[in-house]
Design a protein around this ligand. Sequence first.
Ligand code: PMP
Length: 285
Amino acid sequence: RIAYVNGSYQLHAEASVHVEDRGVQFSDGVYEVIAVAGGRPLDLPGHMARLRRSLDELRIALPMPPRCLGVVMREVTRRNRVRNGIVYVQINRGVWRRDHPFPPETVSPTVVVTARSGLGPGPAVVERGVRVATLPDQRWARRDIKSVSLLPNVMAKQAAHEAGAYEAWQVDGDGYVTEGSSTNAWIVTRDGTLVTRPVSADILAGITRQTLLALARAEGLAVEERAFTVEEAKAAREAFLSSTTSLALAVVAIDDAPVANGAPGSITTRLRALYQDHMRGAGAG
Ligand code: PMP
């Protein structure tokens, strides 16, 4: 396997960043995870736009033209022979003697790109659907930035797994679901309306979320971007989560309450199929 680190392609097993890297010291950086479908990055313009926004918010300069980063991503994908999988990109504030303020502008940001095969849960999990566990959202107030500071997300996911759940649904102070630890949250109401929280600093603007919204609207499905409570989700007709790696994945239980009859719902299943068509179309294109 091959990884890209600061301008060179290295053996993955030996690739490393410096001990004084700001990513190591402060989690002072951002990342993207992009699906590879048929050997090509999926929805790359959306991921690049979000990456540039995250970088701008943290005042980290992309140390190469965006076009070149796209070339590196394709090259890492190709060198690892990934047909279906993910590309990971991290850009952080670079290497400098540990000190909280930004290093001088002459310090070049660190760029790491890796790729691996395999995407999301297997067919058995998809067919059965997954359980989510609710817990308080303990993250900072800028969840719109795709920061590598993921400690609350890690703790939430671990707590969910220890409770026998696939994902944590994090809940704000008013009882509304924000999102999962690495996924966006959705429900389908009794009258068939898709509901997901609007984009704001409270959640990450998922690229899968954006694509699913477009696919749903093109299908003529009713869509409402608004927050929903845990109680509303438990009483919903369907629930699901979305991300680059999980696509659209049915949520069949919330804590100990089954959602409807405890099986994946028809709208979720249809959306997942539409999304897979989108992946195949992009991969073939
Ligand atoms: N929310 C959070 C907190 C995430 O980490 C992710 C995954 N990056 C998502 C939502 C889903 O985003 P995407 O569809 O772009 O993978």
